[in-house]
Design a protein around this ligand. Structure first.
Ligand SMILES: [Zn+2]
Length: 258
């Protein structure tokens, strides 16, 4: 076969794969963004404030609705309960800059978010204080658990894991006078025991760092998130995921017009 024919076949194959990749790998559902620190400290898990603002501006200008944990719960059971273009914005670890830097940007664009707190770190230097957490709650930010000590749960015994899940939940519920239903896994780590213990300790769901979109078919204890990393591909992946969702929205609208 001539080289050019091979080339055409290869291109056709790639185009077919691209179409399937765009249309089938993920259903409509909720995209969850995973942030950590919003500051100039640098490092993979630390996003510069102007990059963060650029991303929040993009969401607001393109009609995304930042949802609460309750809206996520409802939406995973009934997709119709979700607003158009839902997105859940989350922060892990509970750094002070989530309050001083991220919150004003979120408010500027009318976006809400969820912060996962390491209860053993509250009131420590660099981390949120209880007063700041309470103020965030009052300003529409949701709170979840990120365990007590931020150890990788998959490396702990079941007894230790249970303690991490139970105590962080209890501490947050007592301090904030509201149910704490969701957890984010430190280092994305969990095992079979974690999944069982989450149910037993009364959590409705838990977030991993495994990219994807969340639907009614997603295991609520292995919810997908897109890690928003301080890399050039971080922004690229962000836009790619949102673009894919937008495309799906358009396809849905076209189907609705038929
Ligand atoms: Zn963490």
């Amino acid at each position: 076969m001539k080289r050019i024919q091979k080339g055409i076949i290869l291109l056709g194959l790639l185009a077919t794969i691209a179409v399937f990749w765009l249309l089938y790998p993920e259903n409509n559902g909720v995209i969850v963004l995973e942030y950590h620190s919003i500051s100039h400290l640098g490092g993979l898990f630390c996003l510069a404030p102007d990059t963060f603002e650029q991303q929040m501006g993009y969401l607001a200008q393109n009609g995304y609705t930042a949802i609460s944990l309750d809206q996520l719960s409802a939406g995973l059971n009934d997709e119709d309960a979700l607003p158009a273009k839902p997105v859940l914005i989350t922060f892990d670890d509970g750094y002070t800059d989530n309050y001083t830097t991220a919150l004003p940007i979120l408010e500027k664009y009318g976006l809400r978010a969820t912060v996962f707190i390491i209860t053993g770190k509250v009131d420590q230097p660099g981390y949120l204080t209880w007063a700041q957490i309470k103020d965030m709650l009052a300003r529409g930010i949701d709170i979840g658990s990120h365990t007590v000590s931020h150890r990788d749960l998959s490396k702990l015994s079941a007894v230790e894991q249970e303690k991490e899940l139970k105590e962080s939940k209890k501490t947050l519920e007592k301090a904030l006078s509201r149910p704490i239903d969701y957890l984010a896994y430190p280092f994305g780590g969990f095992n079979a025991a974690t999944l069982r213990l989450l149910g037993e300790t009364g959590y409705l769901g838990a977030f991993s760092g495994i990219p994807g979109v969340n639907t009614a078919n997603t295991n609520p204890y292995i919810l997908h998130r897109i890690p928003m990393l301080n890399t050039k591909t971080g922004i690229w992946r962000f836009e790619l995921y949102l673009w894919k969702l937008q495309l799906k929205d358009k396809i849905r609208q076209l189907r609705g017009l038929e």
